[in-house]
Design a protein around this ligand. Structure first.
Ligand SMILES: Cc1ncc(COP(=O)(O)O)c(C=O)c1O
Length: 444
């Protein structure tokens, strides 16, 4: 299922005076190969001569030792491993042989569990990641001349490298503003009403992210208002649910109420961030939209040959409500972090967190100090501040360790400030000598 693509950099080889592959500089790129033995993705990307991926897998450490990197865990909920229940299910599915390409009992069970979860007969597809899920779902709803309305901070707009446009052959994303990363009926009305002529792409879909990129959630009322707006304009409703479980945990309502009952036509359901190793699901509540979707998955290299290795983990995640427990744990860790941060002088918690990420404004020396201590977090996501993301694996101890370092850095930065203030005050008390403009400073 997993395939490495080795690209020999001929330029580097030439500059080294090398003549054959063994002496060449090679860059290995790991790709998910979901196709036949030839590997659809690996083959397609290699044919496209993708020779300089900035995310090529780095070299392994000397001696081959591989250790966890504890400080990176607040960078993303993708830094965590596979939760024990999903891991056990994978181990169980590893026994013996089963039919491939999804014709196996694990995949059937995973589909049934998704339908049970949403209490409806949805069409379910399993893909390797959220970008593929969102992009293929967009493609299933849109023609090339359509537009999909989304928030300007939406992952589909900012972090999918144009994949929704690519897989839909050119559907235009129309990014809209909105408080706390949320779309509003008024914003949608305005975007739809702005142009209705043939020269502008035709709005076809509204995409909401639940939980949002700023760790907020759409309430049931907000979703109902968006549903009504979509119906008024004959728009489809797509939900990017990379953190759907966190939204359910935050709102405490059954999944159906946030999806098909709220007018959602298709949900991209996050598995990776929720505790499995790899995979998100595309859940069509409007089954007509799923027509020929399997072909899209295959063409995009998203049909796993050993499908059970993807879907068994879903079984582990969905059985017994593990998904919800994982999400609750992540949200609770974020709540603990948030309240701890509020008590640290000089740290400003921003936004109205409901899910598993905390955003905070830190003074530059404090952020630098934390990074120096080994903590990794992003400051380019959303609309300002540093993002600290918690996952199913984040423990109280992890949160407290970060808070202890944050407090220490805040105290040290405040001390530095005080020393600087004292220094400035001392300078002010000294006799002042003023030089004439254009002359150097007076020398005492
Ligand atoms: C809101 C949102 N949607 C989708 C994704 C899925 O992205 P990926 O393709 O990396 O799985 C992410 C991951 O960061 C996300 O935050």
């Amino acid at each position: 299922m997993f395939r490495a693509m080795i690209l020999y950099d001929t330029q580097a080889a030439a500059s080294n005076g090398a003549s054959g592959p063994p002496a060449m500089a090679a860059s290995a790129i790991a790709v998910w190969s979901a196709g036949s033995a030839s590997g659809t993705v690996a083959a397609s990307l290699a044919t496209a001569r993708m020779t300089d991926s900035p995310t090529a897998v780095p070299s392994s450490p000397p001696g081959g030792a591989v250790r966890p990197v504890p400080g990176c865990q607040f960078a993303s909920d993708n830094t965590s491993g596979v939760c024990p229940e999903a891991w056990q299910a994978l181990a169980a599915a590893n026994a013996g042989c089963t039919p491939s390409y999804g014709n196996d009992p694990w995949t059937a069970r995973a589909c049934d569990l998704v339908r049970e979860l949403f209490e409806c007969p949805a069409e379910v597809f399993f893909v390797f990641n959220g970008t593929a899920a969102n992009s293929l779902a967009t493609a299933a709803m849109c023609q090339s001349y359509h537009a999909m309305l989304c928030h300007e901070l939406a992952h589909v707009e900012t972090d999918e490298c144009g994949a929704p446009e690519f897989f839909s052959n050119g559907t235009k994303l129309l990014p809209l503003p909105g408080e706390r990363a949320k779309l509003t009926p008024a914003g949608i009305d305005h975007a739809v009403g702005r142009r209705r002529d043939i020269h502008s792409p035709k709005p076809r879909v509204v995409s909401v992210t639940q939980a949002t990129e700023l760790s907020t959630v759409y309430s049931l009322d907000e979703l109902a208002a968006i549903r009504d707006t979509c119906r008024r304009h004959s728009l489809r409703l797509h939900m990017d649910g990379a953190r759907f479980a966190n939204a359910v945990a935050a709102l405490g309502v059954p999944p159906r109420r946030l999806t098909w009952e709220a007018g959602v036509d298709v949900l991209c359901l996050g598995g990776t961030k929720n505790g499995i190793g790899i995979g998100d699901a595309v859940v069509f509540f409007d089954k007509a939209l799923a027509d020929e979707f399997a072909y899209r998955c295959k063409q995009a290299g998203q049909l796993a040959s050993k499908m059970r290795c993807l879907t068994a983990a879903w079984v582990g995640l969905l059985e017994g409500g593990v998904w919800l427990e994982n999400a609750r744990r992540a949200n609770a860790a974020a709540a603990r972090l948030e309240s701890g941060m509020r008590a640290v002088p000089g740290v400003e918690v921003i936004g109205t967190r409901a899910a598993n990420a905390v955003f905070a404004r830190l003074a530059e020396p404090v952020a630098a100090g934390l990074r120096h201590r080994g903590w990794v977090f992003y400051d380019f996501i959303g609309s300002g501040g540093c993002r600290f993301m918690c996952s199913w694996a984040t423990t109280d101890g992890d949160v407290d360790a970060l808070l202890a370092d944050l407090r220490a850095e805040a105290v040290s930065a405040a001390g530095g400030e005080q020393r600087r203030d004292q220094h400035d005050a001392d300078c002010d008390r000294r006799p002042q000598f003023h030089s004439a403009p254009g002359h150097g400073p007076a020398v005492e």
